[in-house]
Design a binder for this molecule. Structure first.
Ligand code: ADP
Length: 405
């Protein structure tokens, strides 16, 4: 079979992240980031193997950035693209999987925009620009929320009046679906289970953090909710707080909603707790020097993470393993160790030598003796997106597609 190529695009309001993935290579053939779009200082940095270059995007337009990608694709691809995969944050309740983009899918992304006002409109800009530039191949949307559409109502409903769900879509959706799905499938491979099988607790710990309970490839519950603020302590996001906090701050400090939103999303989490940084590397180093704020931030992060994992465990019939991924999950032995210490009730225990293995290693096991598996698995969302695109295209070629929505 020929080695098919997919261009993966993640378009934000002022940036486009891209990667050219081939089916067989573990690393992208070409990857990069166009930034400061919408300004006169638009710039695109790309790399392919050891070659790195910068291209100025004079008019700062998304379409110009995408057009300047075309010669690069021709240079580094040995055959035409099969598809373009677009990461889309919110698909609402419209989609349970990848979708070939047409007018209906665009309308559904627009319809979900109130749930992701910063992301979905920006994705649409990128989708429209890319469809204009690469107009002869399928464009496919991969939704962060789609993987979690398998959650049962008892996991996704808030205890709020029914009309808020029915008429306004107020429910838990979950995010990071591509990453949770990818590491769970890698976990089955690593543990020699049937592909896609197993009962996993996964922890995606980057700047945003979430946990997920996955049974045989289906998300049964996750820590993020209607927005990516719910759940764990994150870099600058608070995670769960008392829902009465808003009214308390409004009444006692006179803060308006924008002020409170900003505080919860940008000034809280590791940054707020430590008073030092949102970056776990900085905090681990400061903790070693005895910085009290950093010490507290790391402790709260790990305790709340363990509490979330313990809570999600009730969604599973058993635990085949706990998976750590994302920048923190893959690279911070301290975070893994402190978290798993709180999970002794589940028989989980870490082997200190395996845990200390330096980063940059492939997926590996770090559990001690009789503990259920504890795995460190590097996530690769672009690879997952490319794979989902190719599966969808094969399906579309072999059988008429049934449209979701
Ligand atoms: P994003 O969500 O933006 O993709 P990443 O997955 O790259 O973020 O994760 C970023 C986080 O990973 C930061 O908090 C960073 O400090 C942390 N991190 C990266 N390497 C290490 C390390 N060696 N030790 C501790 N934390 C690390």
């Amino acid at each position: 079979m020929t080695d098919r190529l997919v261009l993966v695009i993640n378009c934000g309001s002022s940036s486009i992240k891209f990667a050219l993935r081939s089916e067989s290579a573990r690393k992208p053939l070409l990857s990069g980031l166009a930034e400061r779009l919408g300004t006169a200082e638009g710039v695109m940095n790309w790399r392919a193997g050891d070659t790195r270059e910068q291209v100025m995007i004079g008019d700062g337009k998304h379409s110009t950035a995408l057009a300047s990608l075309l010669p690069l694709i021709e240079r580094f691809a040995d055959q035409p693209l099969t598809a373009v995969g677009h990461r889309v944050v919110h698909g609402g309740e419209h989609f349970t999987g990848a979708q070939i983009i047409d007018d209906q899918v665009i309308a559904a992304i627009e319809d979900s925009s109130p749930l992701a006002p910063l992301h979905n409109p920006a994705h649409l800009v990128g989708i429209r620009a890319a469809m204009a530039v690469l107009d002869d191949i399928p464009h496919i949307a991969i939704f962060d929320t789609a993987f979690h559409q398998s959650m049962p109502p008892h996991a996704y409903r808030y205890a709020l009046p029914e009309a808020l769900y029915r008429d306004h879509g107020v429910r838990r959706y979950g995010f990071h679906g591509t990453s949770h799905r990818f590491v769970a499938s890698q976990a089955s491979l690593l543990m020699g289970l049937e592909p896609g099988h197993g009962a996993w607790l996964t922890a995606h710990l980057g700047n945003g953090c979430s946990t997920c309970a996955i049974l045989d490839g289906r998300s049964l519950d996750t820590s993020m909710g209607m927005t990516p603020l719910e759940g764990l302590v994150m870099g600058t996001r608070s995670g769960d707080v008392d829902p009465n906090l808003h009214s308390h701050l409004a009444r006692t400090l006179g803060w308006n909603l924008d002020r409170i939103d900003h505080m919860l999303n940008r000034e809280s989490g590791l940054l707020g707790l430590s008073g030092l940084s949102n970056d776990m590397r900085t905090l681990v180093a400061a903790r070693a020097d005895g910085h009290p704020g950093a010490t507290l931030a790391v402790e709260v992060f790990c305790y709340r993470l363990a509490r979330s994992l313990a809570g999600l465990a009730v969604a599973l019939p058993r635990i085949d393993g706990l998976v750590f991924t994302g920048g923190i999950g893959e690279n911070s032995p301290l975070t893994r160790e402190l978290t798993v210490r709180h999970l002794a009730l589940f028989g989980l225990a870490i082997d200190p030598a395996a845990n200390a293995t330096p980063p940059g290693n492939p997926a590996r096991q770090i559990q001690a003796g009789n503990s259920p598996a504890i795995l460190v698995i590097p996530t690769d969302e672009e690879r997952q997106i490319a794979e989902e695109c190719l599966v969808l295209i094969e399906l579309a070629n072999t059988q008429p597609m049934e449209k979701e929505d």
